[in-house]
Write a protein that binds this ligand. Structure first.
Ligand SMILES: *[C@@H]1O[C@H](CO)[C@@H](O)[C@H](O)[C@H]1NC(C)=O
Ligand SMILES: *[C@@H]1O[C@H](CO)[C@@H](O)[C@H](O)[C@H]1NC(C)=O
Ligand SMILES: *[C@@H]1O[C@H](CO)[C@@H](O)[C@H](O)[C@H]1NC(C)=O
Ligand SMILES: *[C@@H]1O[C@H](CO)[C@@H](O)[C@H](O)[C@H]1NC(C)=O
Ligand SMILES: *[C@@H]1O[C@H](CO)[C@@H](O)[C@H](O)[C@H]1NC(C)=O
Ligand SMILES: *[C@@H]1O[C@H](CO)[C@@H](O)[C@H](O)[C@H]1NC(C)=O
Ligand SMILES: *[C@@H]1O[C@H](CO)[C@@H](O)[C@H](O)[C@H]1NC(C)=O
Ligand SMILES: *[C@@H]1O[C@H](CO)[C@@H](O)[C@H](O)[C@H]1NC(C)=O
Ligand SMILES: *[C@@H]1O[C@H](CO)[C@@H](O)[C@H](O)[C@H]1NC(C)=O
Ligand SMILES: *[C@@H]1O[C@H](CO)[C@@H](O)[C@H](O)[C@H]1NC(C)=O
Ligand SMILES: *[C@@H]1O[C@H](CO)[C@@H](O)[C@H](O)[C@H]1NC(C)=O
Ligand SMILES: *[C@@H]1O[C@H](CO)[C@@H](O)[C@H](O)[C@H]1NC(C)=O
Ligand SMILES: [Zn+2]
Length: 565
């Protein structure tokens, strides 16, 4: 294998005075291997074709992959099982295994999704996981009524649980759902209990008649199977939450942790971001989600300092830089901005680890020290070399025109250069533990561990790599096709967490944000491919966050907004 790095131990062509070079032996270069899927063990029921076929058919009908009267031929069964395994993120062996059986032996919802040919024929799970029926309510005050009750639970308790289940969905929606007046002849949504016959494994189903765009009064029935004993009201609680999702216009989700996943558990699954994304896509939000905290058209960048300790550090907070070079800090209690510097030479600010820095047009670098008399400590001499400063962990780095990376030594104006890859650096990012990740202009990703004497290790060689981001100890990369990939270091294995659309990624603590080409802002939920939409298509140019999940965006108009709900 070709060694793409030249390690320079001498001949340092640095314009920074007193530079020193960390000694850097060449070290073994290893590519991170892919994971090999492991197979689960065999069980006697694996030979029971009747059971497998029944479960696979049910699964297909729950997702609208089968016309009601169609069946899957035995010869197509392995392909059908593979399709399910994709959803369950299992190795696609085409063999019905323990985990599939465990999932599908659970009681399920009886609501069958309308046949969707695109979905049925697609082998891909690479799209948003929630599914909508299509229609939604066209009025904002919706009513429900009980047609009858089960004898298993006091009627009062049933009313409380149903009302709670509705609130689970509507608390952030601009709609209200209440019981209809006692003497009303009908309501929008009817709730009833009915025997479904001894063979029916469904706990409940919701049927609806809709004209394609709106849901219609009196035609939506949530029917609970009265052959089940509902005395354990936890199951009633969860079943109701799921069915109510249907009554608002949601179909089954392909996210196993979502409320709208069609199999039931004894305990309620909390509302998942996938459920929330689905319902908000239909009804929007109750309150405005963003609050404008500034609107000066000359604002060029924002920076968030967020210490990792429980007590905020002195300089923690939000900063902005204007095209005039002015730097301001947001004072949360008063909601105003205070100037911390005003120098026309300032062209960049960066901050991390409780420290704020600025870079001037002449290449000089300064550190904010509000407690000392000089206020801004001169730490980097002027030079045409620095093209970018990156603050990370408790360090400040500069990327330089000559391709080098240098790190401030912590005293005076001394910078230590970090051994130079032969290919120029395009972007660097640093973990809390100070592992330095370097995206090269070739697309290769290399990393060096603190204190950087050990050389660079190649982690990826892919010309499609276009940007990197680090949050805490996690590493992410963006590719030119708009996909976002997370390095699961426990395997290690590259996992695609977004398949398309991303134009920029930002990480803060345990949070990862993505800006799409259309300007919309998304936050990763931790479930592969599932992102929560934070803002619509706005002209956003940057997103910053703190470690506790607070997030701000800068728009192209110079507006600075904070996420408030
Ligand atoms: C196979 O599974 C079906 C459906 O679950 C069940 O009714 C049948 O008893 C099973 N057969 C055997 C031999 O276990
Ligand atoms: C499905 O089968 C039932 C009974 O066999 C029949 O009445 C119904 O018309 C069929 N539906 C379709 C869509 O073929
Ligand atoms: C079928 O599913 C695809 C993908 O989930 C969706 O885009 C499309 O609108 C659906 N078609 C119908 C008729 O619901
Ligand atoms: C899906 O997979 C099946 C079997 O692997 C294949 O026959 C079919 O052409 C694939 N469909 C698409 C749309 O890729
Ligand atoms: C339903 O279950 C959730 C989660 O277990 C619980 O917080 C809630 O109080 C339950 N609702 C009622 C009405 O008991
Ligand atoms: C509830 O009403 C339905 C008709 O809508 C009926 O079929 C069912 O038997 C009733 N259930 C009870 C428990 O009364
Ligand atoms: C219900 O189960 C019984 C016994 O397993 C079977 O004979 C009958 O055909 C089933 N009925 C339906 C509608 O599936
Ligand atoms: C809901 O139940 C009522 C009777 O209680 C019935 O008239 C209506 O057609 C049902 N709606 C659907 C969609 O099945
Ligand atoms: C339902 O379960 C409860 C508690 O397990 C029991 O006391 C009650 O008799 C059961 N009801 C029926 C109709 O079986
Ligand atoms: C936006 O700008 C106008 C005019 O400069 C000012 O009056 C207003 O208070 C600003 N709004 C915010 C939220 O900053
Ligand atoms: C915008 O910011 C610039 C630089 O700080 C300042 O000079 C100007 O007055 C601001 N404009 C408004 C409308 O506040
Ligand atoms: C907090 O950050 C500092 C430097 O920024 C680092 O030395 C320390 O290990 C971090 N602590 C935790 C708990 O991550
Ligand atoms: Zn369902």
């Amino acid at each position: 294998m070709k060694l793409p790095f030249v390690v320079l131990l001498s001949a340092v062509t640095s314009c920074v005075s007193q530079s020193t070079v960390d000694s850097a032996p060449i070290r073994t270069i290893s590519l991170i291997p892919s994971a090999t899927p492991t197979l689960v063990h065999s069980h006697p029921w694996r030979h029971n074709r009747t059971r497998q076929s029944q479960h696979v058919h049910e699964f297909f009908r729950l997702f609208g992959w089968l016309r009601r009267n169609d069946t899957i031929r035995d010869s197509d069964m392995p392909a059908a099982i593979q399709k399910i395994q994709k959803i369950l993120h299992e190795p696609e062996t085409g063999e019905y295994d323990d985990r599939m059986d465990a999932v599908m032996s659970k009681p399920r919802c009886g609501t069958l999704q309308p046949y969707n040919e695109t979905d049925a024929k697609s082998n891909s799970t690479m799209h948003k996981k929630y599914v909508l029926w299509g229609p939604k309510w066209d009025h904002t005050t919706i009513t429900y009524q009980f047609i009858n009750y089960t004898a298993d639970l006091p009627a009062d308790r049933q009313r409380i649980i149903i009302s709670y289940a509705f609130a689970q969905w509507t608390q952030y929606l601009p709609i209200t759902i209440t019981p209809s007046a006692a003497n009303a002849p009908h309501a929008d949504i009817h709730i009833r209990f009915m025997s479904m016959g001894p063979n029916e494994t469904a706990y409940a189903f919701t049927n609806l008649i809709a004209d394609g765009t709106s849901l219609s009064t009196g035609l939506i029935n949530i029917t609970f199977n009265d052959d089940w004993n509902w005395t354990d009201d936890r199951m009633f609680n969860f079943t109701a939450t799921h069915e109510i999702g249907h009554s608002l216009g949601l179909s089954h989700s392909k996210v196993e942790d979502a409320v709208m996943w069609p199999y039931y558990e004894a305990d309620i699954r909390p509302m998942h971001p996938d459920d929330q994304a689905a319902v908000h896509s239909l009804y929007g939000w109750k309150n405005p989600r963003w609050k404008r905290i500034d609107n000066n058209s000359t604002t060029k960048s924002i920076v968030q300092l967020s210490s990792n300790s429980t007590t905020p550090a002195l300089l923690d907070g939000l900063y902005q830089m204007r095209s005039s070079g002015q730097i301001l800090r947001f004072d949360t209690p008063s909601g105003t901005w205070a100037s911390v510097d005003n120098n026309k030479d300032t062209i960049q600010i960066a901050g991390a680890g409780g420290a704020l820095y600025q870079r001037h047009t002449d290449g000089s670098i300064y550190r904010y020290t509000p407690t000392s008399s000089s206020t801004w400590q001169y730490i980097g001499p002027s030079s045409d070399n620095p093209i970018d400063i990156v603050a990370a962990a408790d360090q400040i780095y500069q990327r330089r025109k000559d391709g080098w990376i240098a790190r401030w030594s912590g005293s005076g104006t001394t910078w230590n250069t970090i051994e130079q890859p032969s290919v120029n650096s395009k972007q660097i990012a640093v973990t809390e533990s100070k592992t330095l990740w370097n995206l090269l202009s070739s697309g290769d990703v290399v990393r060096s561990e603190w204190p950087y004497g050990g050389g660079w290790t190649i982690v990826d060689q892919n010309a499609a790599n276009s940007a990197i981001a680090v949050g805490g100890e996690e590493f992410y990369k963006l590719q030119t096709d708009g996909s976002v990939v997370w390095l699961d270091m426990s395997v290690p294995y590259w996992r695609i967490i977004e398949n398309a659309g991303s134009a920029a990624i930002y990480a803060a603590g345990k949070y990862l944000y993505s800006r799409h080409g259309d300007g919309s802002i998304w936050r990763y939920t931790g479930t592969q491919l599932v992102w929560e939409q934070l803002d619509g298509s706005v002209n956003s140019v940057a997103v910053v966050g703190d470690r506790r999940g607070a997030v701000w965006e800068l728009l192209g108009t110079g507006d600075v907004l904070r996420l408030v709900s």
